[in-house]
Design a protein around this ligand. Structure first.
Ligand SMILES: *Cc1c(COP(=O)(O)O)cnc(C)c1O
Length: 462
């Protein structure tokens, strides 16, 4: 299995190389050169299997010879052992024909755990075999950083440093980053905002001397291995509702387009998905683009669903690559135009996109109303991101096809908005109820590249 860049100018890589590299050297994103297909009876045979066994069968064709079957099975088993639900990604029902896929039973209570936990175990295995260590750095506005820390804590081949904006993440998010005791975990509270954190991480990657000295690696949402991990729950949930004999649709609360793009891969593999519905909050660049208004940057406005507050959606480049018939040159041209504000999408590409995707948006008021209505009509307390999905799914769904809305975070991760909407304070799951009592460990750091690099050099294990 070979991986190619969406901009057509970077070397082809194996799965292992694409995973360890992240971003391609031409600035593009790696995608499989060919998407493996699953026959209907192979899909039917997933019925009744454990999540782990489903994960093995769905992902196996993508990893080539990076891991043996036995190694890959062990990696998957370790990745999901820390989840708080035996089904890993259970389905609940909201209404006749409308289901909720609960992706928040991982260690940090958000769907990013599905990909991060797996990537942590895959990195560890690949690096040990190579006799290498890496330093992971990441910037976070909350969810990604805690998921990365949980995924890499205690591993031998990795040190992880996460920059978050001091005073600007929720208390649950902060504590998830500052309370792990493992020596290879380093939470850095930066004097600045999220954009400063992201800019300093970018600076570190562009400082080649530093980058080589500490063997810098990234695990942000463009890493192909993260997308791949998310393909699995499209299969597990669709099969439990009767696929391949009955088609389903999905709605995903969307920011960087990673989660919904995993659905596209599942569809291309042969899972009968009628529509993939992109749900955005008021930061609706994707909804505008998919409604034919072009892809133009706006101002990011802070919302009660902060993990979807984006200006540009990095994984949308992968969707464009396939909509433009895998023409890397055309994608490179669009990304050049994006630098000066945005671009129009060609008619052919729009047609290809609308065969697969639909879209909608939810305002802040509509999101709060959806939290309230879901509690009263379905007895489910949902987080604001999931509520955006539910609102858009209700608008877009066709009664003849079951709709599965992805619930991307646990309500207790966003207690203030949930309480404001519903009057109910969402409690943490019992296995985490001591989060507020655990001691915190965090380094306050200036918004200064030299200070950050010096700190990292002084705190890596070898
Ligand atoms: C990251 C995140 C999203 C957006 O997912 P993308 O893959 O970036 O589209 C939605 N909800 C929550 C809770 C998240 O953490």
């Amino acid at each position: 299995m070979k991986y190619i860049s969406t901009r057509g100018q970077a070397p082809e890589l194996t799965f292992e190389e694409a995973m360890l590299t992240g971003l391609a050297r031409d600035g593009g994103l790696y995608v499989p050169a060919e998407i493996p297909e699953m026959r209907a009876d192979d899909i039917a045979a997933l019925a009744g299997l454990s999540y782990e066994e489903t994960a093995f069968r769905v992902m196996r064709p993508f990893i080539g010879d990076t891991f043996t079957d036995a190694e890959f099975q062990e990696i998957i088993a370790r990745a999901y052992a820390g989840f708080g639900h035996a089904a890993r990604a259970p389905l609940s029902q909201l209404a006749p024909g409308h289901f909720l896929l609960e992706l928040f039973h991982g260690p940090t209570l958000a769907f990013k755990d599905f990909a991060m936990q797996l990537i942590g175990q895959m990195f560890e295995e690949a690096l040990k075999r190579r006799g290498e260590r890496v330093t992971i750095v990441g910037a976070t506005s909350g969810d990604t950083g805690s998921a990365a820390i949980e995924a890499f804590r205690g591993l031998d081949a990795v040190d992880v440093f996460i920059l978050f904006p001091h005073g600007r993440v929720s208390e649950v998010q902060r504590r998830q980053m500052t309370t792990p005791e493992d020596a290879n975990v380093h939470a850095l509270a930066l004097a600045g905002d999220f954009d400063d954190c992201q800019a300093r991480v970018k600076d570190m990657f562009n400082d080649f001397a530093f980058r080589d000295a500490v063997k810098l690696a990234g695990v942000n949402s463009i890493n192909w291995a993260r997308v791949l991990a998310q393909v699995v729950y499209y299969f597990s949930s669709a099969v439990s509702l009767g696929a391949p004999h009955r088609p389903v649709s999905f709605t995903a609360p969307t920011g960087n387009f990673g989660d919904i793009f995993a659905g596209y891969i599942a569809r291309r593999m042969g899972l009968p998905i009628e529509k993939l519905v992109v749900a955005t909050n008021q930061n609706d660049i994707l909804h505008r683009a998919l409604s034919g208004q072009g892809y133009f940057k706006g101002e990011t406005v802070a919302s009660i669903s902060p993990s979807m507050d984006i200006q540009v959606s990095s994984n949308f480049e992968r969707a464009l690559f396939f909509a433009y018939g895998q023409d890397g040159g055309a994608v490179a041209q669009l990304m050049e135009e994006l630098k000066s504000g945005g671009f129009r999408i060609s008619q052919g590409a729009m047609q290809a996109l609308s065969e697969t995707y639909a879209s909608g948006r939810a305002s802040e008021e509509e999101t709060l109303a959806a939290i309230k209505a879901t509690l009263s009509q379905s007895a489910e307390l949902v987080c604001p991101h999931s509520a955006v999905g539910i609102k858009v799914a209700e608008e877009r769904r066709d009664p003849a096809t079951p709709m599965i809305t992805l619930a991307t975070a646990h309500p207790a991760k966003f207690p203030d908005a949930v309480e404001r909407a519903s009057g109910v304070h969402p409690p943490l799951p019992p296995r985490m109820s001591d989060l507020y009592d655990r001691p915190e460990r965090v380094t306050r750091i200036d918004n200064d590249l030299v200070a950050i690099e010096t700190h990292i050099k002084g705190h890596i294990a070898s």
